[in-house]
Design a protein around this ligand. Structure first.
Ligand SMILES: [Fe+2]
Length: 149
């Protein structure tokens, strides 16, 4: 497996995990800001859900197979999400923020690998994903203010 295949598989797995996390929080969040929190989480999970397909298709472009078994996807990244059913709204946003920051770091690695291999199209895709996750990070951080993260 080359470096690009490895990092794309890892990012695909991370996308599956943040998808499950944001959708699960969308279902379970409670509090005075329920309506807007519920809608914000929907925006995130719809965006990351679409990215899963793009990771898979980019894997196929470099002649690698795209994993789809949930266990296999689970094993492809060490990222752990907090799937407790007892989190407050604030704890959910802190947890989601932690996950999102790890994805941003991995996207930076992926961009470097794609660029090194002169896979410009994939590098562009990863740069776009970094931009989108940075957008979510801004909104998560703004949601959490003035709480300490
Ligand atoms: Fe829903």
């Amino acid at each position: 497996m080359n470096k690009l295949e490895a990092v794309l598989k890892e990012l695909q797995s991370m996308a599956m995990k943040i998808y499950a996390q944001s959708h699960g929080y969308h279902w379970n969040i409670e509090g005075r800001d329920f309506k807007q929190d519920h809608a914000f989480l929907l925006e995130i999970y719809e965006d990351v859900f679409d990215s899963i397909d793009a990771y898979a298709e980019n894997l196929r472009k470099i002649k690698a197979k795209s994993p789809f078994g949930l266990e296999q996807l689970q094993q492809n990244s060490a990222l752990k999400i907090n799937d407790s059913l007892d989190l407050t709204a604030e704890q959910m946003f802190v947890e989601l923020s932690k996950t999102n920051l790890q994805i941003i770091d991995k996207l930076k690695d992926g961009f470097d690998v794609a660029t090194e291999l002169r896979e410009q199209g994939i590098a562009n895709f990863l740069a776009d994903r970094q931009d989108k996750h940075s957008f979510w990070q801004w909104q998560l951080t703004a949601t959490l203010k003035p709480n300490i993260m």
